[in-house]
Design a protein around this ligand. Sequence first.
Ligand code: IVH
Length: 643
Amino acid sequence: MVDYLMGASAPCSDETYDVLIAKVLKFEAGNPALRDWDSPTTHVIAPSQEAFGTRRHSSPMLSLANAYSGEELDEWEAGLRRLLPNAAPTYRAELKIDGLAVAVHYAQGQLAYAVTRGDGTVGEDVTRNIKTIRGLPHNLAEPLTLEVRGEVYYSLSNFATLNQERERLGEPQFKNPRNAAAGTLRMQDTTEVGQRALNIFLYGLSSPHGLPTHSEAMTWLKVLGLPTEEHARHFESLEQLKQFYEEWKTRRGELDFQIDGIVVKVDELALRDQLGSTSKSPRWAVALKFSAEQASTVLKDLEIGVGRTGVLTPIALLEPVQLAGTTVSRATLHNYDQIGRLHLKLGDVVYLEKGGDIIPKVIGVDIQARATGTRQEILPPKHCPSCGNAVVSLEGEVDLYCVNPLCPHQRAERIRHFVSRRAMDIESLGPALIEQLLGRNLIATFADLYCLEATQLAELDRMAEKSAANVIAAIEASKTRPLDRFIFGLGIRYVGERAARVLARHFKSLDALQEAAVEDLTDINDIGAVTARSLHAFISDDAQWGLVQDALRAGVNPSPIEDGGGAATALTGKAVVITGTLSISRGRWKTMLENAGATVTGSVSKKTGYVLAGANPGSKLDAAERLAVPVIDEDEMTRLLET
Ligand code: IVH
């Protein structure tokens, strides 16, 4: 059939060609096994009418489904497990290169032709330009016939050179390496394409060639001399794979090419066959993308924030940039350790991300964009910017601290925290009022709030009798806030809302909490050793606990925390992990369990009391079995809730 069409020496008319091609297509549809790699249906169609001829792909070039978080990745895996209830897939994670997809065909070991993705069914023949890519061999070590797929891209260094040259010539700059690669690949002047130096990474082999896994296929391609990306890794479980994702989120600036996420692929090719594809994307792979809410900008200067625990947080002052709908000019850098790890200097281009918090974070640095000469070293502070005390670093901690308990900034931050909505919720006591109260020595600690009188407040700026009375009433109302909020409000390092709730449920009173030894604290589910030590240091410090007693003497009387009607249930103090598909939402289960005195946690450890497992429970079940944690279903959990 192929010879019939391709070997014909006399040229045929377009009409004849169309009739013959239709016959071949029909024949191939009915006899897929007899389809030749060199079939004219995959060959250049009407090259004379277009800049580039087009070719039909041997199988559709699909796209990838996207995920943006670990949870979405878990959902993808839950879907796989529904389709493969008895299989245990493993995964390969690859960097997701931001370029253009191409299919490259080798025939008897020679680079035969290359096609862009196009509409997924038919793409443009870019063979001549692809052949200019230096890392892509024209001849394989063996006379093999195969199709490989991959991504054509610009290295950032080549991209920078290209744009510099365009600037010199007064030509418009390419916006990003991806656009530049797309433009270059479609250029008519092959010599110019060669000078521009495109790159390629191959990430797929179209048929298995007897290999059982994708990882082995990739190793084979490498052995054949084909360019593959070296940071890809194999994972037995998604938990470890998520660390790979987090790692590359911050390390992406170290690469000489742009990535926009990672691609997670089922490694076993037989399982891939069973999973198949939707019309748009294969079910066996997912793109785990970096958040869309990211931007990059120049780090202009640094400010030092002093927290309530004395921790000094470097704050990045930035060239304003648009991020998720707002203009951002400040972002937190976690600590000086992060600055060191990123070798960050003023003048660097940094990556920002807006997570759940309102304040964006600096998550990485663009190493390629470093302009030599204009960067300025960042030195850790020697003195607290608020009180001038010498800065200290505590053993085993990356943060720097001001340990002066009288540091004005710390004091203000501690009181702000105590009155905040999630702690004692004294709304009318705003930051400006706290500042005035501290400034006029009317208060020094949170306990002093309970000794304030309306007449003292009425004398302050922007205060009248009525507003002063309102503030006093709000302070009064806070006296009986639940115990967990009071504990959280104390601002003890590592004691967040959840730990405070656990402690309030466990000890039920401040007296009982104060008598706890470190071991009593570590024995509690969900209280780790670090939290226990920090808490113990607080309760045994006379000055700190003295303030708690001052507050109690002034009438503070926290109310006991509700735990399923007050009585201990079978779930009181138990940590529960929820996994699999349940008949009601996870959120509702969480509320019911928390109301019964349990805490709901994300991962299984030896401290886990129960694993609540729905359908297709996934890897958490394996962990529970390994650690001998009881696994129960929804009916059983309902019975426990009722006891
Ligand atoms: S696998 C069915 N692996 O991302 C498609 N794609 O957003 C299988 N890409 O069209 C593709 N790096 O062009 C795969 N390591 C990688 C990739 C990768 C970049 C591109 C590819 C794809 C697009 C989907």
